[in-house]
Design a protein around this ligand. Structure first.
Ligand code: B12
Length: 210
């Protein structure tokens, strides 16, 4: 089945049409993962490209993001496998100064599907808040998301704060988001990087050898 209807509805920021098209694709037997990877995510990438060349503006990005969120609400229970054994705890959050949460939410969703317990701190999460969450929840991994070149600095600040609080060696650090690369992850001393949500889940399991 062609996922153009899902793609176009998200691109045009039409949440109602996006949910209807997602439901229609599911009814036609298309897997949730395929709808996400071949309909929803490419649409958001195109929104970004159009923004970059000045053909879309912030309010339009926002309504596309809302349409995407409406689709992922439908897909979430289907992506999270039922009855999977808990393999670890992950604290996730978008770093300080950054409000982008679509990618972070997808990563959380896929990790949950892979059997991780998720503690989602939301967006604009300060280094102090990450540190407090590590102390409180004793997670196996923290996953930091950054979408702006300017907020990649917040990842560095957070890793620094974890060191200062003496908890850096108690937790694995994973980083991701559009401007993040393996090279950046290595440079800042993160334990892991993944370019997308499915590989994030695989990588998280590998980090814990589960
Ligand atoms: C939607 C969007 C918005 C929405 C966000 C809504 C929301 N609830 O998230 C709104 C309108 C609010 C917004 C605002 C802004 N945005 Co914006 N936005 C985007 C856009 C179009 C899509 C992002 C997205 O959701 N992508 C889809 C998801 C699925 O992909 P993803 O986030 O990359 O996540 C995947 C991977 O990176 C990875 N991943 C993500 N996080 C993590 C974490 C871990 C641990 C791991 C392992 C993996 C991982 O897995 C994810 C799933 O596969 C991008 C363009 C783009 N191509 O990225 C611009 C973009 C990120 N925005 C940009 C800008 C400039 C802004 C603003 C500054 C605009 C303005 N002038 O106000 C503000 C900043 C607000 C702020 N302080 O954060 C620029 C950033 C440029 C830069 N290099 O710094 C971009 C790249 C657009 C562009 N091409 O210029 N934006």
């Amino acid at each position: 089945m062609n996922l153009d209807a899902v793609y176009n509805a998200i691109l045009n920021g039409n949440a109602k049409a996006a949910t209807a098209a997602t439901q229609a694709a599911l009814d036609a037997g298309v897997s949730a993962e395929k709808i996400l990877n071949e309909g929803c995510i490419p649409a958001m990438s195109e929104v970004g490209r159009l923004f970059e060349i000045g053909e879309k503006f912030v309010p339009e990005m926002l309504i596309s993001a809302r349409a995407m969120a409406a689709c992922t609400q439908i897909l979430k229970p289907l992506l999270a496998q039922e009855g999977v054994q808990q393999v670890g705890t992950v604290v996730v959050g978008t770093v300080a100064g950054d409000l982008h949460d679509i990618g972070k939410n997808l990563v959380a969703m896929m990790l949950e599907g892979a059997g991780f317990k998720i503690i989602d701190l939301g967006t604009d999460v300060s280094p102090e808040k990450f540190v407090a969450a590590v102390k409180e929840h004793k997670p196996d991994i923290i996953g930091m998301s950054a979408l702006l070149t300017t907020t990649t600095k917040s990842i560095i600040n957070t890793i620094e704060a974890l060191k200062e609080a003496g908890v850096r060696n108690q937790v694995k650090v994973m980083v991701g988001g559009a401007p993040i690369t393996q090279e950046f992850a290595d440079k800042v001393g993160a334990d892991g990087f993944a370019p997308d949500a499915s590989s994030a889940a695989r990588h998280a399991k590998a980090l814990l050898s589960v």
